[in-house]
Design a protein around this ligand. Structure first.
Ligand code: KE4
Length: 427
């Protein structure tokens, strides 16, 4: 058994000071049982907890660390940026540089605004869509998570799904009433929503590859269908690429699938591990954003030099030839290895994977939406999680999240992961 005395001591203090002892619910291990492990440092594909235990890490800070922990180039630019001053509340050249990289890479983005989280990006994109169309309703999909803005917590994924919360307390019914819902991958349901509300829908927002109910892929033609039905109704299509942006390709899921939305939300990777978010898209839509237009959105640390510097070096490294081929190959090999481990252990699991993100579902067949994902046996996932942690492999503490492979992961990591997975699945 790994020693966790120091973790236990620190978590005890944390619980007295912060709700659940954490600053984001999923970190509390509520869905997998036991007490959270307190982490101390990371390097490459490995992290160490406060008791000195070492883990192969597949959480990757929930997506940002596609280069791995403490990448030397990222640490170097951050040290230099900090020494020049961490924030000015004024335009800096770094914002221009990161904006140029984002606009050049993401097909839908002609103009971009940086904010400090994915939540802010999605919240602002929806306000912008309402400003542009003059309409109030939005359509989101069950099991998708777009951050914790009031109107977006209806049957959300991620921590809301993990904790089995119906939605969130504190959201006025009037806000929730403006949010329409449909199951993922169900074109008929979307047709019916538009038949009932068509001209009143400002935006459809979707994770083009769902990752907050576990990784669930869009069925062939589904994204194209959403592009067409929104165009027909003058509704804006918003891709929430906070996870998939710069994860699935330099142009995200929209480049991978060849479907271009009107607006895109970004986060995670573009900040290189620092707090960041962004929303961007058609120039005529972005022209409504203050101070150019009448849709207000602001932020003290928006575009701050530290996040910009880390984002720039990260995107530059990702734009090198072969980076995504490498990430995709590792993701596919790990997924196939996990399927083989499950066959050897005669365990009923399904591994869904795209690029360097995957989920091990404790179900009989691959989920296609939230209802089918929720059939997964979260208790068995919890036991699997605990056995893997004990073996020195850190997985997301929820059945409804994604594993992330980074460019820092090595063959030795995968071998140890697969051995541990077969043993854990046998048990
Ligand atoms: P943040 O506000 O957490 O930066 O981004 C919200 C968000 C928006 N859109 C998508 C598709 C997201 O996945 C997220 C945040 N993801 C979760 C886990 N999948 C962050 C982890 C957490 O909540 O602790």
């Amino acid at each position: 058994m790994l020693a966790h005395e120091r973790s236990r001591e620190i978590f005890g203090q944390a619980r007295e000071l912060m709700p659940g002892g954490v600053n984001s619910p999923v970190r509390a291990f509520g869905a997998v049982g036991g007490e959270p492990v307190v982490m101390a440092r990371g390097r490459g594909s490995h992290i160490w907890d406060v008791d000195g235990n070492e883990y192969i890490d597949y959480v990757g800070s929930w997506g940002p660390l596609v280069l791995g922990h403490a990448h030397p180039a990222v640490v170097d630019v951050l040290q230099k940026a900090a020494a020049r001053g961490t924030s000015f509340g004024a335009l800096t050249e770094l914002e221009v540089e990161l904006a140029r990289l984002v606009c050049a890479a993401v097909p839908s983005i002609e103009r971009v605004r940086f904010v400090n989280s994915g939540t802010e990006a999605a919240m602002s994109a929806l306000r912008l869509a309402r400003a542009f169309t003059g309409r109030d309703k939005i359509l989101k999909f069950e099991g998708c998570y777009h951050g914790h803005a009031d109107g977006l917590l209806a049957r959300a994924g991620s921590g809301v799904a993990t904790l089995g919360l119906p939605d969130s307390a504190g959201v006025p019914a009037s806000y929730a009433a403006e949010t329409l819902l449909a199951p993922y991958n169900d074109a008929g349901a979307v047709e019916r929503v538009f038949a009932a509300h068509g001209r009143g829908i400002a935006a459809v927002i979707i994770e083009p590859v769902a990752a907050n109910m576990g990784v669930v892929l869009p069925e062939p033609g589904y994204l194209r269908f959403l592009r067409e039905i929104t165009e027909r109704h003058g509704t804006l299509l918003i891709f929430d690429e906070v996870i998939t942006g710069f994860r699935l390709s330099l142009g995200g899921a929209q480049m991978y699938f060849g479907v271009v939305p009107d607006l895109t939300c970004l986060g995670k990777i573009i900040g290189g591990g620092l707090p960041v978010g962004a929303y961007g898209g058609r120039a005529d839509v972005m022209a409504l954003v203050a101070p150019e237009g009448a849709m207000y959105q602001a932020g003290t640390l928006s575009g701050n030099p530290m996040a910009m510097a880390a984002g720039i070096v990260t995107l530059r490294l990702l734009s090198n030839e072969g980076m995504y081929r490498g990430l995709d190959a590792m993701g596919a090999a790990l997924a196939e290895g996990l399927r083989e481990a499950a066959r050897q252990a005669e365990a009923a699991v399904v591994v869904t994977q795209l690029g360097s993100m995957l989920t091990v579902f404790f179900v009989e067949e691959a989920p296609r939406d939230y209802a089918s994902a929720k059939r997964a046996d979260a208790v068995r996932y919890g036991r699997f999680f605990g056995a893997m942690l004990e073996a020195g492999v850190s997985l997301p503490p929820s059945q409804f999240e994604a594993w992330f492979v980074s460019l820092a992961h090595q063959q030795a990591d995968f071998e140890r992961t697969l051995e541990s997975a077969e043993a854990a699945l046998r048990a």
